[in-house]
Design a binder for this molecule. Structure first.
Ligand SMILES: Cc1ncc(COP(=O)(O)O)c(C=O)c1O
Length: 401
């Protein structure tokens, strides 16, 4: 998408607004598929949590992706978007047995990540195929909040509990059709990922009726020019070789599954906000935009550095700014950032705003959540309307006092 396209969207739909480029989503999907073209059966299940708008789910499903979901609501969104139940995997953490049973009734692939539920589910529903989420105890991921496969993590069943898993499977007679891991987001070291994969292969040999092995995700995408990213092509080559070898020794052609969120949608997204105030202080120049961590919490939550471009003055002289929001707490998007000269009324584009941005937005300060636009076939399509005052009051009850 060009700066001009983005400005057109801001003019037409006002700010703040999220914009997603369907071409970029498609090219990322193809890039990942291509990196693993040597695998006979590849399944890319898009992690719905990253960006759950039903039009985006439909787009990915049309491209051939399945969906990876973490809540019954995400399952329902996937079905609403047109995915069939057998294209959806449900990987919750710490949810009730009842929610898992509801998902099973809808016909989606169940993935269980604790022994208690495994035993209960297997006892009640031995014929429903289940995938098991293993915690390989590997430290991967770019930040402690997004490293989920290590020893202290709440996710998955510890690899050291394999004897207990096997005991439950034997005693209940349940059918294990998949093995899964997700070590964490923003993986920098492919060798760590491959090391964790070996643990998964080893685990897989203990289950004789598998259909797939799911390697989760965590592929790091670049946030600015020259930024490090997971080398998908190299990972593709190395893991494909190992996976095909494994299938041979296992005696069956298994499906290799992934569940990427960021890789597919992060770079496709732009968050557009308007500068309300340029405020000089003794120490800096603040550019204050018509948003805050209510709409984009990642910089405050885990220090994400979203590149910010002044699309109203892209060729101007660069100066240093602190870009902040309008809410009643510190909501710094960027400190000491070089940005082309900013005037009040300018539109700033925050890059990498496709993943974990809108889905983490809230109504804090009783602000409306932004509209979402899909840029598809060179045209802007509204895929979520901006909220209105009625949305804020819809579920509130004004009582007689
Ligand atoms: C189980 C699971 N799978 C997939 C993902 C997607 O990860 P990413 O967006 O880094 O691709 C996550 C992210 O939290 C996850 O928890």
């Amino acid at each position: 998408m060009t700066h001009q396209n983005l400005l057109t969207v801001a003019r037409e739909f006002d700010s703040p607004v999220y914009v997603y480029d369907s071409n970029k989503i498609e090219s990322q999907y193809k890039r990942l598929s291509n990196a693993f073209k040597g695998v006979k059966q590849l399944k890319i299940n898009y992690a719905v949590k990253a960006l759950s708008n039903i039009s985006v789910l439909k787009l990915l499903n049309t491209l051939g992706a399945g969906l990876d979901t973490v809540s019954i609501q995400e399952v329902r969104l996937g079905l609403e978007a047109g995915a069939s139940p057998d294209q959806i995997i449900y990987t919750p953490n710490g949810v009730s047995l009842e929610e898992i049973e509801t998902a099973a009734k809808l016909g989606v692939q169940i993935n269980i990540d604790n022994l208690s539920i495994l035993e209960q589910f297997g006892t009640k529903h031995p014929t429903i195929p289940v995938c098991i989420r293993i915690n390989p105890h590997v430290m991967a991921g770019g930040n402690t909040n997004i490293s989920v496969g290590h020893i202290d993590s709440k996710f998955g069943i510890s690899i050291h509990q394999l004897p207990h898993i096997r005991r439950i499977v034997e005693n209940t007679g349940m059918h294990i059709n998949g093995i899964h891991m997700h070590t964490g987001s923003d993986i920098l070291d492919i060798d760590v990922f491959l090391y964790a994969s070996e643990i998964l292969f080893d685990t897989a040999t203990h289950f004789k009726h598998l259909d797939f092995i799911d390697f989760g995700s965590g592929f790091k995408v670049p946030y600015k020019e020259g930024d490090i990213e997971t080398n998908i092509e190299e990972l593709g080559k190395k893991l494909t070789k190992r996976f095909n070898e494994f299938c041979k020794s296992y005696g069956k052609e298994l499906t290799l599954a992934f569940e990427p969120g960021k890789f597919l949608v992060s770079e496709a997204g732009f968050f557009l906000a308007k500068v309300n105030v340029v405020k000089q202080t003794t120490s800096t120049v603040f550019a204050q935009v018509d948003s805050g961590f209510n709409h984009l919490i990642r910089p405050m939550l885990y220090g994400s550095q979203h590149e910010i471009v002044n699309i109203s003055n892209p060729k101007g002289r660069e100066r240093f700014y602190s870009v902040v929001g309008y809410i009643c707490e510190t909501d710094t998007f960027a400190n000491n950032r070089r940005i082309t000269e900013i005037s009040e009324g300018d539109i700033l584009a925050f890059k990498n705003a496709g993943a974990y941005c809108f889905t983490m937005a809230s109504n804090y300060n009783s602000r409306y959540r932004p509209a979402e636009i899909l840029w598809h076939n060179d045209q802007a399509h509204v895929i979520r309307k901006r909220e209105t005052f009625e949305d804020l009051t819809r579920n509130q009850v004004l009582i007689e006092l």
